[in-house]
Design a protein around this ligand. Sequence first.
Ligand SMILES: C[S@@+](CC[C@H](N)C(=O)[O-])C[C@H]1O[C@@H](n2cnc3c(N)ncnc32)[C@H](O)[C@@H]1O
Length: 200
Amino acid sequence: MKSNDFNRIAPMYDAMAWLVFGGRLLRAERQMLPYLSASKKVLMVGGGTGKLLPFLPAHIELTYVEASSKMIGQAKKRSSKARIAFVQQDVLQHQGAYDTVVAPFFLDCFHQQSLVLVIQHLHTLILPGGQLLVTDFQPAQRLPEKWLLAMMHTFFRLTTNLQSKSLIDIDGWVQKHGFEPFEKIESRSPLLFTARYIKK
Ligand SMILES: C[S@@+](CC[C@H](N)C(=O)[O-])C[C@H]1O[C@@H](n2cnc3c(N)ncnc32)[C@H](O)[C@@H]1O
């Protein structure tokens, strides 16, 4: 199986996420939305089944790049006020120029070497002064959360051949590769963060 292949778990992905986290993941993702108010051209990478699409503002033109055909199939069924172009593609193949790139629980799929390549590629897709919005997991401090993360990684390694073997400091790597932190919202869950970065 190729790495990060979410096709097999696409039909049950949202139900599983809900069972483990309730509404916390979507709540954290929605914290990115106010930052879209001044953006027109927006790229969403790894948006999965498209949970965020119904909440997008009407003024944006969204390009939705997602590698999994099954995930994108589900995303296409969502309603949204935004204009959306769906592209089934590996993000590293994507070319374009955007005011904003939105990455919801996407960067945690990659091991460190690929993560750097992906961040550098996203950097090339963002116009000068543009922004990268990230919601993702952050390394846990307490034992119960460390176990939960370890279990999640094992599960996704078995079902999707997830490239990442353990959670790495996404925020730190984004800042090391051409992005200035602008705002970081700590979620009520210590495992989640939402951050806005400006392209340097
Ligand atoms: C952990 S899921 C998150 C899905 C969704 N954003 C959510 O929060 O429910 C990661 C998503 O990224 C997609 N993905 C993984 N690697 C990718 C790549 N190289 N290019 C594009 N999409 C990719 C997967 O197919 C999957 O849908």
